[in-house]
Ligand binder design. Structure first.
Ligand SMILES: *[C@@H]1O[C@H](CO)[C@@H](O)[C@H](O)[C@H]1NC(C)=O
Length: 287
């Protein structure tokens, strides 16, 4: 009798265990169904890492270097594929533009051009602006701008020449030219110039556009066509706007020289034009 009672107790215990187990199983099934339907999701990692798209790249890039002053909304505009030219709006803040101008002002000298035969600098009627070079990594603010250029172009800071600051007064201009070299001397350091980032440090009331006279496509389709000077209408034109940066490539993706990168600075008609140029080489440019 006692034995029977014992086994009955055991059977009861067993059925309780079975019940608990089956309930756990049911719960698992329900949970799996909810997960499968996407109604419920498991937290995979705590930090909310940014989604893997270009907006997050841009956010990361702009958050890395805070820079001087506050920049307006930034966006890029494809201007042309022949030449490959892009306009980055509000690349620099007003404070950064003013900082560069004030840093350069005491050292401005009449600009020269490179003689393609000798590789030497020479005076020229082709280029009537004045300018000076800043040192690469000269100070914190310049390092910050140079890092931003590297992030934007995907070309390392080491491949860049020091920033050149340029000033054009009324009637001053730079006739159409290429940024790449056709001589051996100028490509010794860093190899060929691959790309140029031209930053506008001031607005220009009238004239002073950057033009690409050999650009393919309908150059009169730009929204600012009616605001262009006569010179600006002779090609694909970019109107200087303080803080904007124009990126264009002197080389095609297959590393051949792109003759459609021919460009010039239109004469300033009224106002003053300040700009800063960063030339980027295919290899490290030794200082
Ligand atoms: C170029 O673009 C302008 C403005 O959109 C248009 O009026 C003109 O017809 C275009 N020209 C050609 C040749 O497509």
């Amino acid at each position: 009798m006692a034995k029977l009672r014992h086994s009955r107790l055991q059977a009861k215990k067993l059925s309780t265990v079975t019940l608990v187990l089956s309930m756990l199983f049911m719960l698992t099934v329900v949970l799996l169904m909810l997960l499968g339907l996407g109604i419920f999701s498991l937290p995979i990692n705590g930090d909310d890492s940014p989604p893997n798209d270009l907006t997050s790249y841009r956010r990361m890039a702009s958050e890395r270097g805070k820079g001087l002053g506050k920049r307006g909304e930034q966006w890029t505009e494809v201007l042309s594929w022949e030449p490959r030219a892009f306009l980055y709006h509000n690349f620099l803040s007003r404070e950064e533009c003013e900082y560069l101008i004030n840093l350069a002002k005491p050292y401005m000298k009449k600009s020269t051009v490179v003689d393609s035969k000798t590789g030497q600098s020479k005076d020229s009627r082709v280029r009537t602006s004045s300018g000076m070079f800043l040192r690469r990594g000269q100070d914190k603010i310049i390092m910050d701008i140079e890092k931003r250029i590297a992030d934007y172009t995907f070309i390392p800071v080491e491949n860049g020449e020091g920033l050149q600051v340029l000033h054009y007064e009324v009637e001053q201009k730079y006739d159409a030219h290429f940024d790449y070299f056709l001589d051996e001397i100028n490509t010794k350091n860093g190899g060929q110039r691959m790309a140029t980032v031209l930053m506008y440090l001031s607005d220009v009331e009238e004239g002073g556009e950057t033009i690409f006279p050999a650009a393919k496509g309908n150059v009169s389709a730009v929204p600012w066509w009616n605001e262009l000077s006569e010179c600006g209408k002779k090609g694909l034109a970019v109107k200087p706007k303080m803080g904007d940066a124009l990126l264009f490539w002197s080389m095609r993706p297959d590393a051949t020289l792109d003759s459609s990168s021919l460009h010039g600075g239109c004469p300033v008609i009224s106002g003053n034009k300040w700009s800063s140029t960063k030339w980027l080489h295919v290899e490290e440019y030794k200082l």
